[in-house]
Each structure stands twice: as structure tokens, then as C-alpha cells.
Design a protein around this ligand. Structure first.
Ligand code: ADP
Length: 211
């Protein structure tokens, strides 16, 4: 089963993917993580993507689509698409890429959340440099300050988790990504992502997916 997680930045896509991969053997394809890996490795793709990411803007579709197509050549089973597609061009390209390998998207989980809670979530977010898991300065504190509970990696604040960048990202979400709710209307499952712990969100998603 291939699933897309659709939702605003900070709606919990990454943490939910983490749970689904650990407990249900899905494989996460996070375009944000792939871009950040490319930035760390100083690849040409990373250098190009960084210009947009640092501003909170979307990386151009052509760059993003070819990165995903390349990824799908090696892995294409039980995928969770986290942060892709984010535009209608990307959604059409994904349909074509999957059709070529006789595959498809089965469900789209839309994490519905009130915009007012997103700013607090994102400004307090901490990411493990090694495994990319998210923590939060207040809501999901690591056992030891600044250190990942899972692998001892350093916890950092993402450069785009600053208030001005967050505003640009939310605007990009509202104008370019939210229209995908209509694009996927036959496959969409809406889940309330407000006021729930990551475990509660995971349980509701598993229930609606019947996974
Ligand atoms: P979040 O969901 O919190 O915004 P991501 O890690 O998914 O975090 O994305 C971070 C940034 O990476 C985005 O703001 C954008 O610059 C870039 N990015 C990630 N996925 C895409 C995509 N599908 N299309 C274009 N840009 C993307």
C-alpha cells in the first residue's frame, strides 16, 4: 500500500511516518530529508535546493520530480510519501511515475490542523542530525537536552524553522499544496491532527487505514 501524507508544515507528517515505518514496515520517502541529505553532502542538487529551502520556498517541480523518480528506481513498495507531492504538477508527475511501474497511490491521509498551533510547534522543533527524528523543546523533550534519545545524535533547529520562513512556508502550503485535497478527493481520508499526541494520531490513522 502506498500512502501520501498531506498536511501543513508542523502537522505531524514526519513523526507519523516514523511510527508507520517502525510499527507497520512502511518506507518513508521524505523529500525534505532527501534535500537536507544533499545539502549536507554538498551535491549540485543540494546547492540548488538550499537557495529555495532557506527562504521557505518550494524547490522547483522539475528538480523535485527528478529526485523522486530516481528514488523510485531503487525502492517502490509500501511507501509513505511525506512532503511530496506539494503541487498539482508534482501530483500528476507522481501518477505517471507510478503508472510506469504498474503501481499507484492507494490512500491520501490529510492531517487537518488549525493554523494557530503550527507556529509554536515549528519554532520549538528540534531535529536529530543523524536519524532526522523530531523532538520539541516543550512538548516532546528528549531525555537529555540536545541529544537524540534513539542514537545520541545532536539535536538542531532547522534553519527554516524561524518565524519569517515559517510564514512563507505556510503561504506556499495554502496556495500550492492545499489544492491537492481536491485533486485526491477519491482517495482522501481526513484525520483530526489538533490536540492529540503522536501516539493518538498514529492510532487514528491505523484505524482509518485498516492497516
Ligand atoms: P515541512 O513539512 O515542515 O515544511 P519538509 O522537510 O517536508 O518540512 O520541507 C522543508 C522544505 O524542503 C520545504 O519548505 C521546501 O523548501 C523543500 N521541499 C520539501 N519537499 C518539497 C517538495 N515536494 N516540493 C518542493 N519543495 C520541497
Amino acid at each position: 500500500m502506498n500512502i501520501i501524507l498531506l498536511g501543513a508544515p508542523g502537522s505531524g507528517k514526519g513523526t507519523l511516518s516514523e511510527f508507520l515505518c517502525e510499527k507497520n514496515a512502511f518506507t518513508q520517502l521524505s523529500t525534505g530529508d532527501l534535500f537536507r541529505d544533499n545539502i549536507s553532502n554538498k551535491t549540485d542538487l543540494g546547492i540548488e535546493a538550499q537557495k529555495y529551502m532557506n527562504e521557505g520556498k518550494l524547490v522547483p517541480d522539475s528538480v523535485t520530480n527528478s529526485m523522486v523518480e530516481k528514488y523510485l528506481e531503487s525502492k517502490a513498495k509500501d511507501l509513505i510519501f511525506d512532503g511530496f507531492p506539494r503541487t498539482s504538477d508534482q501530483a500528476s508527475a507522481l501518477d505517471d511515475m507510478l503508472a510506469k511501474i504498474n503501481d499507484q497511490i492507494d490512500k491520501v491521509v490529510y492531517l487537518d490542523i488549525d493554523e494557530s498551533v503550527l507556529l509554536g510547534r515549528l519554532t520549538g522543533r528540534l531535529i536529530c542530525k543523524v536519524c532526522k527524528r523530531s523532538f520539541h523543546k516543550v512538548n516532546r523533550k528528549p531525555l537529555k537536552e540536545g541529544i537524540c534519545d534513539f542514537d545520541g545524535g545532536e539535536l538542531i533547529t532547522r534553519p527554516d524553522d524561524q518565524e519569517d520562513k515559517i510564514k512563507t512556508r505556510l503561504e506556499a502550503y495554502n496556495t500550492q499544496t492545499a489544492p491537492l485535497i481536491e485533486f485526491y478527493k477519491d482517495k482522501i481520508i481526513k484525520v483530526d491532527a489538533d490536540n492529540c499526541t503522536p501516539e493518538e494520531l498514529y492510532n487514528s490513522v491505523i484505524e482509518v487505514l485498516g492497516a
